[in-house]
Design a protein around this ligand. Structure first.
Ligand code: GLU
Length: 372
């Protein structure tokens, strides 16, 4: 029986597309035509109402020649220097590619610390959401120029999985110079669906492209991680004609890592570090409890009655009804001192009381899991 030509993906409203250096800057200089081609697909997705964030490699690859180097740099300082030259070229290419479609690009550069610390993570996510909501195409890369070996995320496959989680994406698409994961690691037959990361491992060979950092191993690790967090992931060839459009249409292209069967809430709970010990408890009144449990609302300061424990902004906290049970867990947008001072106040009073303002809610609904 012939394999089916389409696959069932969940409804997709937000996608993260990772594009490797070997796709965008083969041979050490930017391939504008490749960016143009991919931008046309991104525009088609946007036109269908799909929000797209791009994780774009290629800073080092498109910078080293201009730096006067003949081959991709090996030392960290040269990589940092090449990235400083190449990152602006990369953005110029994306701007030029997206502009004819009426799309605006935004540059985001992360370091590992931005994604590991709760406070910075929250801020990164808010900005990403703001951009995506505004119809902008965020173009994300590691901040290679300031990330030295010990603190590096290292490869953009990993960054793309973290970004997909950060963005709460419905699909992660990793585009590389190969068409997917090959059977036995030899060019030939692409495995269409991975059932388990363990068996997939047998098909990985350690080689990688000259300009890329990752190779298939990092793609497999990233794809398996994203899938385990509930985000289906496809690894496909960036050179394929209309690859983004076709994958979104459900065509069997590249290798699919199906999402593990976990609910969004559980995936989010994992991301928010809910396994970690709560640093304190915010107590709320009955009205706020109803708003949280029945309406899926955010927790506003007006519903807060008090706070126990001492925590920083961005800490995991418990939320309990005054004198009663814990009904939710979440990430506090304000420190315990701040929460104590704005308890019972209206959101419009926050800035006046504290002298600073981060958000109108104490715990945003996206950072909240009820009934935990
Ligand atoms: N951040 C690197 C760059 O833009 C790429 C890392 C990777 O290839 O995974 O050059």
């Amino acid at each position: 029986m012939a394999p089916p030509s389409t696959r069932t993906l969940p409804p997709i409203r937000r996608i993260v597309v990772k594009i490797g250096s070997a796709v965008l800057a083969p041979g050490g200089s930017l391939d504008q035509a490749a960016a143009d081609r991919l931008a046309a697909d991104i525009a088609a997705a946007r036109a269908r109402g799909v929000q797209v964030a791009v994780v774009s490699s290629g800073a080092v690859a498109s910078g080293y020649s201009a730096l006067g180097l003949k081959a991709p740099p090996k030392t960290i300082v040269r990589k940092q220097a090449a990235a400083a030259v190449g990152q602006s070229r990369l953005m110029a290419a994306w701007n030029a590619a997206l502009l004819p479609h009426g799309l605006v690009a935004a540059q985001i550069l992360y370091t590992a610390e931005d994604l590991e610390h709760r406070e910075r993570f929250l801020s990164a996510r808010r900005t990403l959401n703001e951009l995506l909501g505004a119809g902008v195409v965020p173009v994300i890369n590691e901040n290679d120029t300031v990330s030295y070996e010990e603190i590096k995320l290292g490869d953009n496959d990993r960054l793309s999985a973290l970004t997909a989680d950060l963005a709460d994406a419905d699909l992660l698409l990793i585009l590389s110079s190969v068409s997917g994961l090959y059977e036995s690691g030899k060019a030939g037959k692409v495995i269409h669906t991975i059932q388990s990361a363990k068996t997939a491992q047998a098909h990985v060979r350690p080689d990688k492209t000259v300009v890329g950092t990752g190779g298939m191993q990092t793609k497999l690790t990233a794809a398996a991680a994203a899938a385990s967090w509930g985000i289906p992931t496809v690894v496909a060839g960036g050179h394929e004609h209309h690859v983004i459009r076709r994958v979104l249409a459900g065509e069997v292209l590249g290798t699919l890592f199906p999402a593990a069967r976990i609910t969004k809430a559980r995936a989010r709970k994992r991301w928010l570090g809910f396994g970690a010990r709560a640093r304190g408890t915010i107590t709320i009144d009955a009205g706020a409890a109803r708003a949280l449990t029945q309406r899926g609302a955010s927790l506003l300061p007006s519903g807060v009655t008090g706070v126990r424990g001492s925590f920083d902004r961005g800490a995991p906290v418990q939320i309990a009804v005054e004198g009663g049970a814990v009904i939710a867990r979440g990430v506090s947008a304000y420190s315990s001192d701040d929460v104590a001072r704005i308890a019972g106040k209206r959101s419009s009073q926050i800035e006046g009381v504290l002298g600073h303002y981060y958000a109108e809610e104490v715990v945003h609904r996206d950072d909240l899991v009820v009934g935990e």
